[in-house]
Design a protein around this ligand. Sequence first.
Ligand code: HQG
Length: 177
Amino acid sequence: MENKSLSKFLSLILRHSPQTIGLQLDANGWADVATLITLANGKGKRFSGKDLEQVVATCDKQRFAFNDDKTRIRANQGHSVKVALDLEAAAPPEFLYHGTVGKFLQNIRREGLLKMSRHHVHLSAARETAATVGSRRGIPVILTVRSGQMHRDGLLFFRSENNVWLTDHVPPDYIES
Ligand code: HQG
């Protein structure tokens, strides 16, 4: 498999539906590397341990990580299956950004940013990153979140290994107009 299609396949399997190849993730989202390769190859998805290492090392967004001895692999964030990533709470910068599209704005203004099918609301430290995220769905609209104030008010933030800021819910009052 090419790097890009392997990365897409890993996103599907490690975040959303490990069961499509009969794989089980542990409670923290880790998959056994040898089992993953055997099960995937059995379904016609051909790649090796070396290919996995290359995707982990070169993936632009560092979507995946190995454990220390490289026997296990997991997605750094973005899951819809239930996993505990053991993220440490961290103090966010004063402002974070969220890229979305116009058709969602009315709801977002009313109920805030919701995590939808993911574990968390995803926020970026850079406006450009938020613009890229929003443009997946159309013309991007970038919302500025008063994350520093949220944090001072006791709401928790986490930073994933690939530097995505995560929180449970952004109430509408913390979204700048
Ligand atoms: C929107 C990709 C209506 C929200 C990206 C977004 C990112 C609401 C969509 C990562 C809403 C959820 C995450 C509300 C939020 N009413 N719509 N109250 N609250 N929304 O994909 O942030 O390629 O789950 O604005 O690059 O777009 O997967 O979240 O449009 O980093 O690694 O509901 O996914 O990374 O969409 O993207 P998503 P997201 P990967």
